[in-house]
Design a protein around this ligand. Structure first.
Ligand code: NAP
Length: 254
């Protein structure tokens, strides 16, 4: 396939962790990849070099996806660089946790930021993707994968109930958007990881969380980013052509 014929996939928060693993695997499977990141340009550009050296078509795009205007600009930049009408996939992966606190200790500023980064971003990116991919808007169809967390059903008491609630919102976004767009050439699904060994835990003040949790998990180990990426890329593929509105657990049985 010539580069110009490859479908374009936008992965938010792809400078490291699950997003980076998804970008890497998607490029191997023939996607042209738009790598979004917020702060770490060095990591994003290093991933761009790695994928490009393997023959992939790829570019990094800086944007804080919690900011609606930056989301609009991000999609416009992807269109401008790769060509309008090539977008066929979106992975709403960017997400944050915060320090462990009880609900009775939360500031509303903390909860607002959690929802801005984890939920509002997904709505804004989904809106832009649907406007480009839905046949209702003249698009050729496409796929959206949203990232939830096992925390959505566990609730994460004493840690981050705000994060858990933000991920529950993501699962409901998936169900509604999948039904809204199923007859418009779109599929929308959720991947729900358990405890995955990435840097997100350090940001929450628990850098050893994955190792510490391992003995308590059914498989006696945390998951890897590439194991989550495999599920995401499968949902993006035609092999999942009759799967929409679904939540796929990648939790090692948690
Ligand atoms: P991670 O290693 O902390 O990576 C987060 C990525 O998101 C980084 O690339 C970061 O970019 C980007 N990001 C953060 N805020 C952003 C913003 N406002 N705009 C754009 N990009 C932003 O996280 P991860 O563990 O791979 O998690 C990825 C997703 O999986 C998240 O939605 C997370 O909630 C979910 N998840 C993770 C786990 C787990 O155990 N790891 C479990 C369940 C669900 P910069 O570094 O450039 O800021």
């Amino acid at each position: 396939m010539t580069a110009a014929a490859r479908p374009v996939l936008l992965v938010t928060g792809a400078s490291r962790g699950i997003g980076a693993a998804t970008a890497r695997l998607a490029a191997q499977r023939g996607w042209t990849v738009a790598i979004n990141y917020a702060r770490d340009a060095t990591a994003a550009e290093s991933l761009v070099r790695e994928i490009a050296e393997s023959g992939g078509e790829v570019r990094a795009f800086q944007a804080d996806v919690a900011d609606d205007a930056q989301v609009v600009a991000l999609f416009a930049a992807v269109d401008a660089h790769f060509g309008a009408h090539r977008l066929r996939g979106l992975v709403n992966n960017a997400g944050i946790v915060d320090r462990a606190q009880r609900v009775d200790e939360f500031s509303i500023a903390r909860v607002r930021r959690m929802f801005e980064v984890n939920v509002f971003s997904a709505f804004a990116c989904a809106r832009e993707a649907v406007r480009r991919m839905s046949t209702r808007h003249g698009g050729a169809g496409g796929v959206i994968v949203n990232l939830s967390s096992a925390a959505a059903r566990i609730g994460a008491p004493g840690q981050y109930v705000d994060y858990a609630a933000s991920k529950a919102a993501i699962e409901t976004l998936t169900i509604g958007l999948a039904k809204e767009t199923a007859a418009e050439g779109l599929r929308v699904n959720t991947v729900c990881p358990g405890i995955i060994d990435t840097e997100i835990h350090a940001a929450g003040g628990q850098p050893d969380r994955a190792a510490q949790a391992a003995p308590t998990l059914p498989m006696q180990r945390a998951g890897r980013a590439d194991e989550v990426a495999a599920a995401i890329v499968w949902l993006l593929s035609d092999e999942a052509s009759y799967v929409t509105g679904a939540t796929l657990d990648v939790t090692g049985g948690r």
